[in-house]
Design a protein around this ligand. Sequence first.
Ligand SMILES: [Zn+2]
Length: 315
Amino acid sequence: MKYTIAIDLGGTFIKIGLLKEGHLVDRNEIRAQSSSGLKSQLSELETVVNQLLLTNEVLKADVLGIGFSFAGLVDSVQNRILSTNQKYDDGPETDLVGWANEKWNWPLYAMNDARMALLGEWQHGEWQRFSDLVLVTLGTGIGSAVLVGGKLLIGKHFQAGNLGGHFVVNHKGSVCTCGNIGCVEAEASTWRLPSLLKEHLEFSGSSMKNEDILDFKALFNHAGNDDQVAKEVLEHCFSVWSAGIISMIHAFDPEKIILSGGIMKSSSVILPALQEKVNELAWTPWGKVKLVEAKFPDSAALYGADYLVRSSVAI
Ligand SMILES: [Zn+2]
């Protein structure tokens, strides 16, 4: 029975898991220093990995390899980071394969984090019998990944299906961090929300003006308490997200859309609102695309990394 190591590099936390045959045996978490780069965190990662081995009495030789999940564009053939967006900006110059080989003599398989989470949700959850899925993460930014005919959509330059958050929903809209204009995440995401609220003409009369942190948790609270500005901004966000999701449905023809990410903590409000818009507006003569909540929002990328290593080593 062989183990795998899964590393999920998020913007705020780095999750490190020890898995065995698809089961999470142990995990640890360290605070991410994403603005100071990736190379400077490798020695801390090495320590956590070694601790996991020691605590669980696992030998180096019993580990098949590392699955490395990264929030950016990743070349999953050469297993290197291609492009970042304001986090771990030295990623493309960091030799992850060389690092894993030098420290433990293990292979390392790198993949974009949304793809990794989709692999995890698909293989570990109840969606295994489906072959065509889209995963959308609603959070600080908006990410996506696509499974077509039982295979991850990758593309010539490793970016196919990953840029759902950068589908244009308003060509006269706001400037995005990617350089484009009116992307889904430039119109409605955690990073965009504070300015979205402050730009509302009635903001000074809103109960939200007293909030120190203008995040979605606050927005859902105030909208639930009937604040008109919060309700209008929330409705705007639902329209933006459903427009993005409908474009993804038209582009990728999925059976289901899996929604994940921090904003989905309010899934009981989000899911029915988006489902209604999708039912009304998407062109799917065969039926309706069901929107579902991710089963493992906290650990799907770790399960995906384990699956990726096991399936890569088996080849
Ligand atoms: Zn963009």
